[in-house]
Design a protein around this ligand. Sequence first.
Ligand code: CTP
Ligand code: MG
Length: 373
Amino acid sequence: MISVILCAAGSGSRAKQPVNKVLRELHGMPVLCHSLSAFSFCDEILVACREEDEARILPLLPPNARTVRGGGTRFESVYSALREAKGEIVLVHDAARPFVSRACIDACIQSVKTYGSGIAAVPVSDTVARAEDGLATEIPPRESLYALQTPQGFRTDDLRFAYERAAADGRRGFTDDSGVYAAYVAQPRLCAGDVQNRKLTYPSDFGASRVGFGVDTHAFDIPPEYSRGIARLNLNYIVLGGIAIPSNHAIKAHSDGDVAVHALMDALLSAAGKRDIGWYFPDSDPAYLGADSMKLLGRVMEIVREEGFTVRNASISILAEQPRLSPYIGQITDSLKHALGCEAVAVAAGTNEKLGYIGEGKGITAYAFVLLD
Ligand code: CTP
Ligand code: MG
C-alpha cells in the first residue's frame, strides 16, 4: 500500500497570488488538482493544508484523499500527516509542483522498493558555490551536484522514525524529507527527476500567458431614425484610442464610439477569462451615454489587474475608408501605451480597398489582440 502526503499547507507568500498558490488556477484547474490527479492511483492521499484553505480544498478531493491539518513549517506539516499515513511506502510531494509526471513517480516508488528511498533529482545546470560573507568558499564540480525535487519516497516506518528523532532533537528546520532521512536513517537514494517538475515559487512561475481577441464595428453617418433618442452625434471628429480625429462623418454610438478601445477592452477581458464589455457596460444603462471609453478602459485594466495579469503586448488594427488615420497613429499608440501600462503596443490602420461596408464608407472596424502575463 502506498500513501502520498501532498504538502499544501504553506501560504505561498513569495508567489504573491490573491490566494494560496496551490489554489491558483493553472491550465483550467487549481494547482493542487494537478498533483491529486498525478497521484490518484495511490491508495491513500493525505493533503496537509491550513485551516483557512480547507473549505476550498475539500470539494476538490477524490474519495481516496483527505485533509490533515498542516503546521507552521513544512516539517510540521509532513510530521502531522506522517502520523496518519497507513501505507508501507510513503511519498511526500509538494503540491506546488503540478507538473510531476507518472514516470517520475514510478521511478521514485521503484527506488523505494529496491533501495529503501527514492528522491527525484536533476543535475544542476548552473555552477553552484558555497559562500560566506560574499566570498565563494567552495565551488564543487558541477557533475556531482543535483537539485532535489519531490516526490521523495521512503519506507513509512523509516521516515516516521527520522521525523520523531528530529522533533525530539528540536531540529525542525529541514526544508525537505531527504534531509531528515539523511540525518537519522541513511544516505537517501537519488532517482530520475524531471526538469519540467519545477516548483511554483515566484509570480513569474505562474507565467501562463493568455491571449485575447476583440473586435468592434460602428456605423458612420446617422440615418434619420437614429438622429433622436440615445444616439450621440460627433459631427466633426471621431475618437480612436482617446484621440479626437477630425472627420466629415459622425460615428453612431451610445458611448463616444471609440472602436479601437472597444475592441481592445474585449480582447483584455477575454484574455482574463471575463465577460465582454456589453456585460460590464451595457448600452441600456444611461450611465454609459456618451461615455469616455478611455475611462472604461481604466476600469477594464483594474479588472485585469485584480485577476493577477499584466499586459505583455497589444496589437490593434483599424480599418476605415476615411478619415486618413496615419497622421494620428503615434498619438493613438502613446495614449494606449499609457492606459495599458505597457510599451509594447502597436496600432495599424488601413482601408478596405473600397470593398464591403468599410469600403463603401458606411462603417469603421477595429481588431485587437492582447497577450497577458
Ligand atoms: N508547505 C506546507 N506547510 C508549510 C509550508 C509549506 O505544507 N508550513 C508546503 C507548501 O504548500 C508547498 C511546499 O510545502 O507546496 C513547498 O514549500 P514552499 O514552496 O516554500 O511553499 P510556501 O511555503 O507556501 O511558499 P512561501 O515560502 O513563498 O511562503
Ligand atoms: Mg515556504
